[in-house]
Design a protein around this ligand. Structure first.
Ligand code: HEM
Length: 520
């Protein structure tokens, strides 16, 4: 009996040793990928490759790729390699190469790195994740919903939501409470996008526990489990496809699908026409031609008209407008107010511009007034430089690519990670990069800089479709806040500011806490 147990133990140990050796040999073989191509890479280790700090949530993804960028740049390299576990990622450093990948050689890099599966994950069929021809077709259909004419059309909704913003702020000021500004502007942008994308009054400014706010926050949850799922959708998307897993939480998917279904049914049954994205998406679904200067009909009078957008596709677009729209803009406003609270002279400069322009427009916040605020643009652009809400751009190589002026060949299926945070903090392009200086965005300075040095909205055909809307809601929020309140930093804000490691969209880990004083 003892002999039998001993031999079983020996057999088991032998199997374990073989498995461990195979595992190590396989890993080492994977780690030879960049060396075999002559591409420099920092020393990887088992099991995380180069991504130990990232996976263990010691460093946010933006700072991780900034670190890698700095290491490559310091060695005078134009690109380098990285391993996420055993998955190789190509990291361009040289700005001409970045431009090639994102714009000039777009035909080789048409897709984002992200998983997509209509069956297991209906909300995943949105513009950001769609690939190849499907993406191209949908992008062409959705582009008319984001023209300046459509922005003008939706503008009043944004202004209407700002009344709630003033009410909430007044309460904090009266009670002399420190303000978690990200939470307040997050509720403001939730109300705006909820209204424009879903056609729903989310009332999250009035009620912080509103369902929309709660589900929106759940999407950006920074718990270890959710952060790892998000990292995997970016770096190993095939896991979700092969195992038919959903990258979105079930409750979040059900909530958004139900809201869209109810709204669509209600509008179609009652022929409701409203100035928002939902109306434009319904027109696409019902194959009605979208025209630039009027709202147009809700339904086509051709009974055999083929739907250009299915119900699931429509829901997924509402979802991505919501998700891509509220957190990015509220992050931008938050960091801008943080910097302006540290430097009250710049704050006053912007307030002066706001007052001057609004006076010209009879004190009214109008679309044209927003367009005239040049210093506001500079402050927002500088905020997006220092704190890019999307700190890394991803591309999947969709056609074999010879990296210009090198022998390196990227095969179809290779992943490229563009280190936006590293580039936008590079002293070669932005001297004294930690300084918040809106004048970096004067016409002269912009003209003297490489166009790939500042890409917070991405670049090329895959760049952010919602740029105009994102900037517009950020401007309206800042206008209302700075016109009515003076801001200073509250000591609850960490100094120096640290970034939340589990969050993909840039966020301050202890929040940004401000004091506000009402301007009479
Ligand atoms: C300050 C605000 C915003 C920032 C910084 C931002 C940033 C970005 C970035 C970096 C990308 C990827 C670009 C690339 O890969 O080259 C992107 C894509 C996208 N954004 Fe935005 N965004 C903002 C606001 C918005 C808003 C308000 C909406 C919708 C209402 C939106 C919808 C989208 C969509 C649908 C895509 C995917 C485009 C495609 O793949 O064709 N974004 N955004």
């Amino acid at each position: 009996m003892i002999f039998f147990a001993e031999s079983l133990l020996l057999d088991l140990s032998a199997v374990l040793v073989v498995l461990a050796t195979t595992f190590i040999v396989f890993y080492k073989w994977c780690f030879s990928h960049w060396k075999s191509k002559g591409v420099f890479c920092l020393k990887p280790s088992i099991p995380f490759g180069n991504a130990g700090e990232l996976v263990l949530q010691k460093r946010t993804i933006g700072l991780e790729f900034k670190h890698v960028y700095d290491e490559f740049k310091k060695r005078g390299l134009k690109y380098g390699g990285y391993y996420f576990f055993m998955r190789p990622l190509f990291v361009p450093v040289d700005l001409d190469l970045v431009k090639h990948i994102m714009a000039k050689d777009f035909a080789h890099f048409t897709d984002h790195v992200i998983h997509i599966n209509e069956q297991s994950d209906p909300l995943s069929v949105h513009l950001f994740s769609l690939k190849g021809q499907k993406w191209k077709g949908l992008r062409a259909k959705l582009t008319p919903t984001f023209t300046s004419g459509k922005m003008r059309m939706m503008f009043q909704t944004l202004v209407d939501c700002s009344t709630g913003l003033v009410n909430v702020m007044d309460k904090f000021v009266m009670e002399k409470q420190a303000i978690d500004i990200k939470e307040i502007v997050g509720r403001f942008t939730t109300d705006i996008i909820g209204s424009c994308a879903f056609g729903i009054d989310c009332s999250s400014l009035k009620n912080p526990d509103s369902e929309f706010r709660q589900y929106g926050k759940k999407f950006f949850d920074t718990s270890v489990k959710d952060s790892i799922v998000r990292l995997l959708t970016l770096t190993a998307p095939e896991i979700f496809t092969v195992l038919r897993l959903s990258s979105h939480r079930k409750d979040v998917t059900n909530f958004f699908m139900n809201v869209v279904r109810q709204t669509v049914n209600y509008r179609e049954e009652n022929n409701i026409v409203r100035k928002d994205f939902m109306h434009l998406l319904l027109q696409l679904k019902n194959n009605v031609k979208i025209t630039e200067n009027d709202l147009g009909d809700l339904k086509s009078n051709k009974s055999d008209a083929e739907a250009a957008l299915s119900m699931t596709e429509l829901a997924a677009q509402c979802f991505v407008f919501f998700i891509a729209g509220f957190e990015t803009s509220s992050t931008t406003s938050t960091f801008c107010l943080y910097e302006l609270s540290k430097n009250t002279e710049l704050q006053q400069n912007l307030r002066d511009e706001i007052n001057r322009v609004l006076e010209k427009h009879n004190g009214k916040i109008t679309y044209d007034a927003m367009m005239e605020m040049v210093y506001m643009d500079k402050c927002i652009n500088e905020t997006l430089r220092k704190y890019p809400p999307v700190p890394v751009h991803t591309r999947e190589c969709t056609k074999t690519y010879n990296v210009p002026n090198s022998n390196v060949v990227l095969k179809k299926g290779s992943f490229v990670f563009i280190p936006v945070m590293g580039i936008q903090h590079d002293p070669e392009y932005f001297p004294d990069p930690d300084k918040f200086d809106p004048e970096r965005f004067s016409e002269e300075n912009k003209a003297n800089r490489h166009s790939a040095a500042w890409t917070p909205f991405g670049d090329g055909p895959r760049a952010c479709i919602g740029l105009r809307f994102g900037v517009m809601q950020t401007k309206v929020g800042l206008t209302v806040l700075l016109k009515n309140y003076k801001f200073t930093l509250n000591p609850r804000t960490a100094s120096p500011l640290t970034l939340e490691p589990g969050s993909f969209v840039l966020a301050a880990s202890t929040g940004v806490w401000l004091n506000a004083e009402k301007i009479s």
